[in-house]
Design a protein around this ligand. Structure first.
Ligand code: BES
Ligand code: ZN
Ligand code: ZN
Length: 489
């Protein structure tokens, strides 16, 4: 639980007070804290440099059992992400020594260039997200999340921002839900199971939930999606979540790639590329968790989430390279490579969503291409859209939430690369290069005239090593991004 508090440091009894310290300037106008920092900085080993840390015990000045000082570095470089990381780091340190609670001092005063609301948001996000362990699969649960986290602010701020902890906690709980779905191994989230999990959780909120099973998908001719699911004995599903507040007009649609395991299919991936492919439903996780969160937040915008769920497996019933399938909108697709499966399920989901809901804006999110990771690395998502305004809005939300997004081009002449001799289009490019772009161009062919954007999260969907406010595994990338964006669109 996270809260704001404005206790007096001289009288408060707290086990652990944690103070962020700037290297070159003061970032606290609380006198008691300033004096404590002065004391810490008398030590040679602590200057407030980034990652510096020192702990004092049983100080006379204050009732706290321990006071932990964590360096933030130079004032110039401190931004919201520095504060998120600080709070995450602080909470993780307490967790690792089994403490039940922590009190974090909030930086303030004339040197702090970030406005207080953003400071509080960032610190709460870092603290909430850092305070999570996914130990469902461990017999011995060694690390426990803190029971209580408090942020120390001035009395008027505690009052003014009293609604903030609930909102931030709701959004971050959405991120954690997505993280856990992504981190869950593929044997525990095969299409039926993953569908059930989404339906159960979405059913608890004010969402309309519907599921198309394999029979219905066949009847309705979702040919591209069915071709991907054909090799698995856990059959394909399309999950649709609708959030419709009374007076909202425009519908925003989110579409998420839900491949619960991507073996590559008959174009089987090699060892080394297979091991992480449980994360290939990260787009689906982001969309489902966003809808659940949006319903909890009671946002005043209509949102529909369309989530195609399949397992991409090789078997006697799997699709073959060279097969031609008819997609939901009638266009035929030559399957040049069964490992380019994400785009096959997405085109059916996109055309279905556009036909049924006629959304004002439609955004898909997918772990679509390794090429996007080559282009932008593991921490930045690629954004593609013919609507520069929409791409900009996504980039801006990315900046705000630090779920970073970068627009990449969709040049008209590259469409050439998707030509098929046999069918209307091919699911892979005739060139080795620019795979993230040709992936996006393939999707674009099925977005019609809709105001559409595609976000490729193959890089940032998961991390191999824990960082300041995320454990190793799924990152939940997309949930905070969408919650910010939907509020603005
Ligand atoms: N799921 C993968 C993309 C991926 C790669 C996600 C690495 C996360 C990390 C996708 O289905 C895929 O296999 N894409 C192929 C496309 C190619 C066959 C045109 C790729 O990127 O190599
Ligand atoms: Zn693939
Ligand atoms: Zn895939």
């Amino acid at each position: 639980m996270i809260n704001l508090t404005s206790v007096d440091l001289k009288t408060v009894k707290t086990e652990t007070l944690i103070i962020p310290v700037c290297e070159d300037k003061t970032i606290h106008d609380n006198q008691a804290i300033s004096l404590l920092i002065k004391k810490a900085k008398q030590l040679k080993e602590f200057t407030g440099k980034k990652d510096d840390e020192v702990v004092f015990y049983d100080l006379e000045e204050i009732k706290a059992k321990r006071v932990m000082f964590l360096g933030l570095g130079e004032l110039e470089k401190i931004d919201a992400e520095t504060l998120r990381a600080f709070a995450g780091r602080a909470v993780k340190k307490c967790m690792k020594i089994n403490l039940p609670e922590a009190l974090l001092a909030v930086p303030c005063g004339k040197n702090m260039k970030i406005e207080i609301a953003s400071v509080l948001e960032a610190m709460m996000e870092g603290a909430f997200l850092g305070n999570h362990v996914f130990d469902k699969y461990k017999k011995e649960k060694k690390i426990k999340p803190l029971e209580k986290i408090e942020l120390l602010v001035k009395p008027d701020e505690a009052k003014k921002y009293s609604g903030l902890p609930a909102r931030i906690s709701t959004v971050c709980a959405g991120t954690i839900l997505a993280r856990e779905w992504v981190s869950t191994p593929s044997n525990d989230k095969r299409p039926e199971q993953f569908t059930k999990s989404i339906v159960t959780l979405a059913g608890k909120e004010k969402l309309k939930v519907s599921v198309l099973n394999e029979k219905e998908l066949k009847q309705k001719k979702f040919g591209a999606m069915l071709a991907v699911g054909a090799g698995s004995n856990s059959k394909a599903r399309m999950v649709v979540l609708e959030y419709s507040p009374k007076n909202a007009k425009n519908t925003i649609a989110l579409v998420g790639k839900g491949v619960t395991f991507d073996s590559g299919g008959i174009n089987l991936k090699p060892s080394g590329s297979l091991e992480d492919m449980k994360i290939d439903m990260s787009g689906a996780a982001a969309v489902a968790a966003t809808l659940i969160t949006v319903a909890k937040l009671k946002l005043n915008v209509k949102v529909v989430g369309v989530i195609p769920i399949v397992e991409n497996m090789p078997s006697g019933s799997a699709s073959r390279p060279g097969d031609v399938v008819k997609s939901y909108n009638g266009k035929t697709v030559e399957i040049g490579n069964t490992d380019a499966e994400g785009r096959l399920i997405l085109i059916d989901a996109l055309s279905f969503c556009i036909k049924k809901y006629k959304p004002h804006t439609i955004i898909d999110i997918a772990t679509l291409t390794g090429a996007c990771v080559v282009a932008l690395g593991e921490k930045i998502a690629g954004v593609f859209s013919f609507d520069d305004g929409l791409a900009k809005a996504i980039e801006l939300s990315g900046k705000k939430t630090h779920e970073r997004c970068w627009q990449l081009p969709m040049p008209d002449d590259y469409k050439e690369l998707l030509k098929s001799d046999l069918a209307d289009i091919k699911n892979i490019s005739n060139s080795r290069w620019g795979g993230a772009i040709t992936g996006a161009l393939f999707l674009a062919e099925f977005a019609g005239d809709a105001r559409w954007a595609h976000i490729d999260i193959a890089g940032p969907a998961y991390i191999k090593k824990e960082d300041e406010y995320c454990g190793a595994g799924g990152t939940g990338f997309g949930v905070r991004l969408f919650c910010d964006l939907l509020d603005k669109l």
